[in-house]
Design a protein around this ligand. Structure first.
Ligand code: PXG
Length: 287
């Protein structure tokens, strides 16, 4: 596998960055996880918009235009001859001294593009639904590291993932600082109640897959809302599912031991999965 590293394609074994890079020292950087399906990169512009917005707030200057970055992603997929891929785009503050101060970073902003294949969960979880739990670690307060930022500093989510994993679950729902449902460690959450699709309005990443689901639902006149949700609304929902670039759409059938609806993937969830697959098969930047 060839990796794009600061303007060059290098072999995986040679794709190394400095131990003085603030991305490594402090998680001081940004990233995106993007997918391509059958030579089409899904929602590339939306991912790049989010990456550049994260970098803007973090005051990291990305030395490429979005158009140039888009070409880097396409070139990396081409050089690796990947038809279906997971693309990890990483931006780091670059090399600096051993203090926090970004002003003392003398190195250039690092740009790394890694492409590979990925399967997040086994197929049976998509067919039968997954069981998840809520965990004690809350999602970051928006005035700390805002959950809208897709920064390299993912310890908040990793702590929650550890709690899920310690209890034998592969995903967890995190609450926000006010006790409302925020999202999962690497996915957004939706519930369905009486035919209406609801998803948290605050405390979460503005997921690209989430936005696609909201758009697709609107197209077929399914009512949607972004609102405040508590655990009670999740427990008593008719259906529940998670969305993310890596996970795509996965049904949830049990939360904290409470069956959701009849404990099987719901009809609306299945409809959204079907529509999402159709969308990824036809929409995207071709390479
Ligand atoms: N919430 C969080 C906290 C995320 O990190 C999503 C929701 C879904 O967003 P998108 O835009 O992908 O629909 C994410 C993103 C991975 C991995 O490689 C995936 C994410 C984050 C970190 C790692 O498994 N998903």
């Amino acid at each position: 596998m060839k990796i794009y590293l600061n303007g060059k394609f290098v072999d995986q074994k040679d794709a190394k960055i400095s131990v003085f890079d603030h991305g490594f020292l402090y998680g001081d950087g940004a990233f995106e996880g993007i997918r391509s399906y059958n030579h089409l990169v899904f929602k590339l512009d939306e991912h790049l918009d989010r990456l550049y917005e994260t970098a803007h707030t973090m005051m990291i200057k990305i030395p490429l235009t979005k158009k140039q970055m888009s070409k880097v992603v396409i070139d990396t997929l081409k050089i690796n001859k990947l038809k279906d891929a997971y693309i990890r785009l990483v931006i780091t503050r670059g090399e600096g001294d051993l203090g926090l101060d970004p002003k003392k970073c003398y190195g250039e902003t690092g740009i790394i593009v890694i492409t590979d294949k990925i399967t997040l969960y086994p197929k049976e979880m998509y067919d039968n639904g997954m069981e998840i739990i809520t965990v004690p670690t809350i999602r970051n307060h928006p005035e700390a590291v805002n959950p809208r930022l897709k920064s390299l500093n993912y310890l908040n989510n990793i702590m929650a993932k550890i709690e899920a994993s310690n209890s034998g679950y592969s995903e967890a729902i995190m609450m926000d600082h006010q006790g409302f449902v925020a999202e999962c460690t690497g996915d957004n959450i939706f519930i369905v109640k009486k035919g209406v699709l609801s998803t948290p309005s605050q405390g979460r990443l503005k997921g690209i897959t989430r936005d696609v689901v909201l758009d697709l639902a609107a197209k077929v006149k399914i009512k949607t809302q972004e609102c405040l949700l508590t655990r009670h609304e999740v427990y008593t929902a008719d259906e529940c599912f998670l969305t993310g670039t890596a996970a795509e759409i996965i049904p949830v059938v049990k939360v904290d031991g409470r069956p959701i609806g009849d404990g099987k993937p719901g009809a609306l969830t299945k409809k959204m999965i079907k529509m999402f697959r159709e969308e990824t098969a036809k929409d995207g930047v071709r390479y």
